[in-house]
Design a protein around this ligand. Structure first.
Ligand code: EPS
Length: 389
């Protein structure tokens, strides 16, 4: 079990969403502004649907923080679902449900397998928890982890590289602009590609279809040596892949050159190492994505994830009715045409959590002042060995 852990609770149309994050050091400065800013970023993006006009996610911190500083105990975060007032009759914890049950399972969602596995008659019993609304709390947790990392000089940023087959030209992207407010509405820094992405979303929406895509998350300022080559479950790349894959609708994860590693020869994949004037080793390329041997190597950590299109189609696919066991068209309430820009914000949160957990493991996590000193001493030990030997 990692020293830093979190759990979320709540249904998409239930009264509220909750997360408990435990294991961050005491003394970390925290305020709600940074958390609410990331919650707002997750709600934006071209292609979002009607639900986002109802919700304006705002966090309430109800434990673990006192007058703006963490106490070292569990931090409880809560977001009220504004839509619950329209759903009380269908989502109350007690009483009798109003309205018809949902029985038409959506292909690509947890619906069908969920009702069979959990022995439920109403697909709503499954979809309410499997919904990506749950990522609200991951983003809240991630925003706290990002504040922790920021205090140590580590930053987490993201960009969208592809939507519905429209790819950004990475040679046109100025990576120094990563992390700036998104003016493209699709989270893409290649303006021409962003325009084509918005057109593709409009076209999909007009057809009642949905679009997936690819986003990339970068972590800067990571000390070398997080994670370990020693054991499979201590490898940082493995933990990163699991965390990204755990995000709803993610079907592929790449680190650095990723799948190209299976195509190109070693001479074009491995990052050569040189000695700098200061005596420290450095690399001119980063095809390893900042990870070698299951450990951070001090370069930027670069992770990409592929998101499948949202399964709720306004032009529904063929499926089955879970009550009558007859062929039907899948259910449709409302949906988002594309949520890739939102998923990129969730990706930042999950990567921030994994890096924060690895930092706590390596450097201890009782008091932030001890942790800062431990990192400084570790960096100094390596600097001395290479620069003064
Ligand atoms: C979702 C369906 C839509 C999305 C929702 C995820 O919600 P609703 O059924 O209320 O229209 O908007 O995402 C969110 C609410 C969110 O906050 O991301 C689904 O079926 O997964």
């Amino acid at each position: 079990m990692t020293m830093l852990r979190f759990m979320t609770a709540g249904e998409s149309h239930g009264p509220c969403l909750t997360a408990i994050l435990e294991g961050l050091p005491a003394g970390l400065k925290l305020d709600e502004t940074a958390i609410n800013a990331d919650l707002a970023r997750r709600q934006q993006g071209y292609g979002r649907g009607g639900r986002m006009k109802i919700e304006k996610d705002q966090v309430q911190v109800v434990s673990g923080v006192r007058f703006g500083r963490t106490l070292g105990g569990p931090i409880t975060l809560q977001v009220i679902n504004k839509d619950y007032k329209n759903w009380g009759g269908r989502m109350a914890p007690f009483g009798e449900p109003e309205g018809p049950q949902v029985t038409a399972a959506r292909p690509g969602h947890a619906d069908l397998t969920g009702v069979m596995k959990y022995d439920r008659a109403d697909v709503r019993d499954i979809l309410e928890r499997s919904s990506a609304r749950e990522t609200t709390m991951r983003v809240a947790v991630g925003a706290v982890c990002k504040e922790f990392l920021r205090a140590l000089g580590i930053t987490v940023v993201s960009q969208v590289l592809e939507i519905g087959g429209v790819k950004a030209d990475v040679s046109k992207i100025d990576r120094t602009q990563l992390g700036q407010p998104d003016t493209s509405e699709v989270g893409c820094l290649d303006a021409a590609a962003a325009e084509r992405m918005r057109t593709a979303i409009d076209a999909a929406k007009a057809k009642g279809d949905t679009l997936g895509g690819v986003f990339e998350v970068t972590v800067r300022g990571v000390p070398l040596g997080l994670g370990s080559h020693i054991q499979w479950d201590r490898r940082l790349d493995a933990r990163i892949a699991a965390a990204m894959m755990s995000i709803q609708a993610i079907k592929g994860v790449e680190i650095g050159a990723g799948f190209a590693c299976g195509t190109l020869p070693g001479s074009q994949i491995h990052d050569e190492v040189f000695l700098g004037e200061d005596g420290l080793p450095y690399r001119k390329t980063n095809r390893a994505g900042g990870l070698e041997g299951g450990m951070s190597n001090g370069e930027e950590i670069v992770v990409r994830a592929a998101m499948k299109p949202i399964p709720t189609l306004m032009q529904p696919l063929h499926s089955v009715d879970v009550a009558s066991h007859t062929p039907v068209l899948a259910c449709k309430e409302r949906s988002d045409t594309c949520a890739v820009p939102a998923a990129a914000v969730v990706g930042e949160a999950m990567l921030a959590y994994v890096i924060a957990a690895a930092v706590c493991e390596k450097f201890g996590s009782d008091a932030i002042c001890d942790l800062k000193r431990a990192i400084a001493a570790y960096r100094e030990r390596i600097r001395k060995a290479w620069c003064e030997a």
